[in-house]
Design a protein around this ligand. Structure first.
Ligand code: PHE
Length: 341
């Protein structure tokens, strides 16, 4: 029996030496130490031994068991360590390999134009405001002196959210005039850029979503001359010295008197071409002296204060600024187009 135990010890230990995988260890453990294993089989025959032999063989059997258990443990730890090392080696990152260059985009030309506009106005002491695109008709129309029945309130022009025409996508940035009057203390100098929405079909000059920049000044003794002076300065700084502008009388419910400002067409220099639709001029903005009703509704005394406002089309400004012929290019985001700016 002693010989059998010694044989088991030798066999098991040399088998262990050759193991390559954790599963093999388990197989060996079952083979020698398991319930039906060889060592257990020997122990089951202990009853046949004499009383003197039994403790000696028992002790040896325990020794063999302990040796094998320890050996299996050690082998298993070694295998795990080797596996980890192999994995770390396989997954190692070579930090010396040159990296992939990140492709850097650039600012969209319309936003370049906007930041130039903001820069010009901030330089004149204006604050830049942001406001809601989902707007109350009260702000978009009523408080801007455009009563019920005014053509611009029509369902065919405006995106309403409700049957009662109370909530809408703003059709202009002019509600920001009122929001500024209601929330700021006088005097006020603000610009308010943002998206506006109208039910227009897409073509070379129209889109149902476009951008405007609203501008407004309210102070004592503000006149139309200040408005023209400011807008001419804007045109020169944006489009270059000597840029020719033209002011035409117009009508808006919230300004009186009202005008539109055109700049001479950059393509033809005023002669008339497809870009300016033969006009020689490109319409850039609407403007005027703020209507006394609008001031009064916002709680400002029109006898004491006066103001002017303008609303310019941002896409058109960018088109004039960067000599872009078609509005759709601004929205299509074709990289070949955007890369040119
Ligand atoms: N809100 C007008 C428009 O969208 C433009 C405008 C703004 C006119 C401010 C006068 C004063 O056409």
């Amino acid at each position: 029996m002693k010989e059998t135990l010694e044989r088991i010890r030798q066999e098991a230990l040399s088998a262990l030496e050759g193991t390559q995988a954790i599963q093999e260890l388990e197989t060996l453990r079952v083979k020698y130490l398991g319930k039906k294993g060889e060592l257990t089989a020997v122990l089951k025959q202990m009853g046949k031994l004499s009383a003197e032999e039994r403790p000696v063989v028992g002790q040896l059997a325990n020794e063999v068991r302990a040796t094998l258990e320890r050996a299996i443990d050690t082998a298993s730890q070694n295998l795990e360590k080797a596996a980890l090392e192999a994995r770390l080696k396989a997954e190692a990152v070579d930090v010396t390999i040159p990296g992939k260059a990140a492709v850097l985009g650039r600012r969209h030309p319309m936003y370049t134009a906007l930041s130039e506009i903001e820069h010009i106005f901030v330089g004149m002491g204006f604050t830049v405001l942001d406001g809601p695109e989902i707007e109350l008709a009260t702000y978009n129309f009523d408080k801007l002196n455009a009563e019920e029945g005014h053509p611009s309130r029509d369902w065919s022009d405006t995106f309403y959210f409700d049957q009662d025409s109370r909530v809408m996508l703003r059709s202009q940035t002019s509600p920001m005039q009122v929001r500024a009057m209601e929330s700021m203390s006088l005097p006020i100098r603000i610009i308010a850029p943002g998206r506006v929405y109208r039910k227009d079909e897409v073509d070379a000059t129209h889109s149902p979503m476009f951008h405007q920049v609203e501008g407004m000044v309210i102070d004592k003794d503000v006149t139309m001359a200040d408005l023209k002076g400011t807008l001419n300065l804007l045109a020169e700084q944006l489009f270059g010295k000597g840029t020719v502008t033209r002011f035409r009388p117009h009508h808006f419910p919230f300004t009186e008197p009202s005008c539109e400002m055109d700049v001479q067409c950059h393509k033809c220099g005023g002669v008339g071409c497809p870009t300016c639709k033969g006009e020689g001029w490109i319409e850039l903005l609407g403007a005027g002296m703020i209507h006394p009703n609008v001031l009064r509704m916002a709680g400002i005394d029109p006898e004491e204060y006066s103001g002017w406002a303008f609303g310019m089309g941002l896409e058109r400004t960018a088109m004039r600024r960067f000599k872009i012929a078609d509005l759709r290019l601004i929205f299509e985001n074709d990289v070949r187009f955007l890369e040119q700016f």
